[in-house]
Design a protein around this ligand. Structure first.
Ligand SMILES: NC(=O)c1ccc[n+]([C@@H]2O[C@H](COP(=O)([O-])OP(=O)(O)OC[C@H]3O[C@@H](n4cnc5c(N)ncnc54)[C@H](OP(=O)(O)O)[C@@H]3O)[C@@H](O)[C@H]2O)c1
Length: 276
């Protein structure tokens, strides 16, 4: 029986590469995006390389759109073996500079949408007695930093959800994992939302410093295809791990975090971020 995958946010970056990698791995892949006119390149590759990719509409901020996309996959393929929750964006700015509404929007896209999709897909996987859910988190879901608390908090929430799902869905033979990339060279940084910093010049300074640092890191960032490779490795692992780190930057930060107390890590990061 042909295995079926559903990926969110396939129009670019990690979602785009993961859709191709899953199709190459033999999955009938439903590559979803909120604006299907952005799917032309993916369709072209699918046709040229004879890959089983179907582009369908899914706006993760819209519950009806999620329900319709899952229905469409079920009417076309009648099963879902792999779900990759990837769609997301970055809300930048210090806590006082970001409106509560913008915090909510960040959580809507990066967190609540994942809850809704899982609520639609988990019953299908429970009926199958099998399934895999891959949540694209971030190394930012493991450590707080100044300048993007809305984004970081949304990924911390996803990490919490991911740990709970291991027990809850594991009981039904459904495997789940969190992928934690470091800085990946994608459109993410161009589509980041950056508020005007008005409250205090120190916030403006921190935000600008963090953005400048990120810009430099993006130039040397890990290619998104490497994240896709890790997704494929994860779904083939006999014992799927709770989390997979991607990129040497992420590995370095997580190693430092593991070997230090919280206070030591905070001091280490302060030195890295604000060398005096
Ligand atoms: N790049 C990094 O350094 C990095 C590091 C760690 C984790 N991540 C995570 O990786 C995931 C993918 O990001 P990326 O780096 O590949 O960035 P990207 O190239 O900007 O891709 C983001 C994808 O999410 C989609 N998206 C955003 N809001 C959506 C919505 N409401 N409904 C449906 N799709 C939506 C975008 O669609 P549109 O084209 O329509 O905007 C796009 O397809 C995100 O969850 C991000 O947090 C990225």
């Amino acid at each position: 029986m042909e295995k079926v995958a559903l990926v969110t946010g396939s129009s670019s970056g990690i979602g785009y590469e993961t859709s191709i990698a899953l199709a190459k791995d033999g999955y009938q892949t439903f590559a979803t995006m909120r604006d299907t006119s952005k799917g032309d390149k993916l369709k072209e590759i699918a046709q040229k390389e004879n890959l089983p990719i179907t582009v369908i509409e899914l706006d993760v901020d819209n519950e009806e759109s999620i329900e319709n996309a899952v229905k469409k996959v079920m009417s076309d393929a009648n099963r879902i073996d792999v779900l990759v929750n990837n769609a997301g964006y970055g809300q930048f700015g210090c806590t006082e500079d970001v409106s509560v509404d913008d915090f909510r929007k960040q959580f809507e896209t990066n967190f609540f949408s994942v809850v809704k999709i899982i609520q639609e897909v988990a019953p299908i996987m429970r009926n199958q007695n099998s399934g895999i859910i891959v949540n694209i988190s971030s190394v930012a879901g493991r450590m707080g930093l100044p300048g993007s608390p809305a984004y970081i908090s949304s990924k911390f929430a996803l990490e919490g959800l991911g740990e709970c799902l291991r027990y809850e869905l594991g009981m039904f033979g459904i495997k789940t994992t969190l992928i934690e990339p470091g800085v990946i060279k994608t459109n993410f940084f161009d589509s980041m939302k950056i508020p005007e910093s008005k409250k205090d010049p120190k916030y403006k300074h921190i935000t600008e410093n963090m953005l400048a640092g990120l810009k430099m890191m993006v130039e040397m960032g890990t290619p998104p295809a490497q994240v896709a490779e890790v997704v494929i490795k994860a779904i083939h692992d006999d014992e799927m791990l709770p989390r997979y780190i991607v990129g040497t930057d992420a590995a370095m930060f997580m190693e430092a975090k593991k070997s230090k107390s919280d206070l030591e890590f905070e001091k280490y990061m302060s030195k890295e971020l604000f060398p005096s």
